[in-house]
Design a protein around this ligand. Sequence first.
Ligand SMILES: Nc1nc2c(ncn2[C@@H]2O[C@H](COP(=O)(O)OP(=O)(O)OP(=O)(O)O)[C@@H](O)[C@H]2O)c(=O)[nH]1
Ligand SMILES: [Mg+2]
Length: 213
Amino acid sequence: MSSDQITVHYNSAKFNKSAAKLHQCPEDVGAEVAFAGRSNAGKSSAINTLTNNGKLARTSKTPGRTQLINFFDLNVEGVRIVDLPGYGYAKVPIAMKQHWQQHLDEYLQKRQCLQGVVLVMDIRHPMKEFDHMMVEWCQTAHMPLHILLTKSDKLKKGPAQSTLLTIRKELTAVLGDLVTVQTFSALKKQNVDQLRHRLDAWLLPDMDQEDNE
Ligand SMILES: Nc1nc2c(ncn2[C@@H]2O[C@H](COP(=O)(O)OP(=O)(O)OP(=O)(O)O)[C@@H](O)[C@H]2O)c(=O)[nH]1
Ligand SMILES: [Mg+2]
């Protein structure tokens, strides 16, 4: 089948596995997109809205769950989305926070099939310390980055748009074409297609190209 006949259906997402360590992750082949962000930012909710499956990624705050990297398979062979551990869960001891961060670092540094990172931020609290760290990491690794300014239902249209423009300007100055920014609401299901299009471009990069075979 030529690549232009392949379509990712996000509602086909199925839980594959949870990994506490890199060697427990699915084999490092195919294409993966990871959702990163501070704890409570709205990563799991964004994945559930993307996949139109409210039960897919757990949105509870159980610290035991949160330290795992969760993998979801899509309908296209070898294509996955990944829910990364939330950073900075307030009630977790420092040692456990360091433990997570180490696994997160290891995943980000070594995962060859990683095509891009969706950095989820609460639109009311953008660009905290963890977010800056991720931006710097993407810059160093030349990793494409998509910023999801979520919970935009919590702001009026004017302030939401103004935050979008400010963040876009700030990050484009650092990352250029590597970065894209959008507003989003899991609650109101706003701008879901915008997110899907970004992921399509990462997961099926040959879609727009001529099939020369
Ligand atoms: N109003 C509103 N609330 C949201 C939205 N997205 C998530 N939430 C709420 O924010 C809280 C955290 O959402 P999660 O999706 O569990 O956040 P997370 O980033 O996965 O958190 P961790 O797994 O702890 O890292 C939940 O109470 C959600 O209902 C949104 O778009 N709008
Ligand atoms: Mg979560």
